[in-house]
Design a protein around this ligand. Structure first.
Ligand code: NAP
Length: 255
């Protein structure tokens, strides 16, 4: 019989690592359940149990926490997954005895030589591309769900990197895809920029190492980066790393 059930809201490298580390750290004292939204088709296999699909808003998540008798929730969703973070803050407060924490990796900071154009959302990011020369090639590293924001940029050639080929409507008229999952290393990113003669990059300020090589290449080549700002952080307690999340569990664990 397990002592504690830990729900990991996954869909990120941190979620994958947490399942691995929590199981090796606490062994049979815990059971982990990693939850995926079900957006990507090819999910990484995780240690412990997993489940797929939304919970059904705040009420659905609160019900799930009660019915599964969850003691701890670690939100390891992507920094831009704002709704599930807010839902967790509300749902966990409704369920007695549940403790929760968000893992929010530090944002990327502009360094000397960077030419960042800051955008509040994807529409503003598209607006930033207005002055670009006709037929410039812009690298979109923003996922697949918000590509329609660039549909009005008819004179730009886009190359979008996605995990799954998009099914969405309203894509920009000139767009091709690289279907690939990170991490992305520096050499491969340099080759990609070179092969496609990239004139600008659009990305979210996701933070972390897995996708940061493109920023270094843009810096080396003096290429502008349209950087989409993060949404407001959640209200609940936060840590910055997987290690800190394990430390949080250690501090809160009741054996
Ligand atoms: P979101 O806007 O915060 O959430 C939308 C809805 O998806 C939530 O209300 C919830 O549905 C469901 N959901 C999200 N994460 C879930 C999880 N781990 N388990 C179960 N249901 C989940 O999130 P999003 O931006 O669409 O991202 C969806 C997933 O993709 C997240 O898990 C995130 O980690 C991952 N991801 C997102 C990005 C990004 O840039 N946004 C990048 C990489 C990976 P219900 O309300 O029905 O519970």
């Amino acid at each position: 019989m397990y002592k504690h059930k830990i729900l990991i809201l996954g869909g990120s490298t941190e979620g994958f690592l947490l399942a691995q580390k929590i199981n090796s750290h606490y062994g049979g004292a815990v059971e982990t359940i990693t939850s995926f939204a079900g957006i990507t088709q090819k999910r990484r296999a995780v240690i412990g149990r997993s489940r797929v699909g939304g919970f059904g808003g705040v009420a659905g998540l609160a019900n799930y926490l009660k019915s599964e008798n969850i003691s701890y929730v670690i939100d390891a969703t992507h920094p831009f997954a704002a709704r599930i973070k807010k839902n967790l803050d509300e749902a966990a407060q409704q369920v007695q005895g549940v403790k929760w924490v968000h893992v929010l990796r530090p944002q990327w900071q502009a360094q000397e030589g960077d030419q960042w154009l800051l955008a509040g959302d994807m529409e503003q990011a598209a607006h930033c591309l207005n002055g670009f020369a006709k037929n410039s090639t812009v690298f979109l590293a923003v996922g697949r769900k918000e590509l329609s924001a660039f549909s009005g940029c008819a004179s730009i050639d886009f190359i979008a990197r996605v995990i799954d080929p998009p099914q969405e409507q309203g894509l920009p008229p000139k767009i091709s895809f690289i279907v690939e999952r990170g991490p992305f290393d520096l050499q491969a990113e340099r080759a990609l920029f070179d092969a496609h003669d990239i004139a600008a990059v659009v990305c979210k300020n996701s933070g972390g190492d897995a996708a940061s090589a493109k920023l270094q290449v843009a810096r080396e080549l003096g290429i502008p980066v349209v950087m989409v700002r993060r949404p407001e952080p959640p209200e609940g307690e936060s840590v910055a790393t997987v290690e800190e999340a394990i430390g949080w569990l250690d501090a809160n664990f009741r054996f």
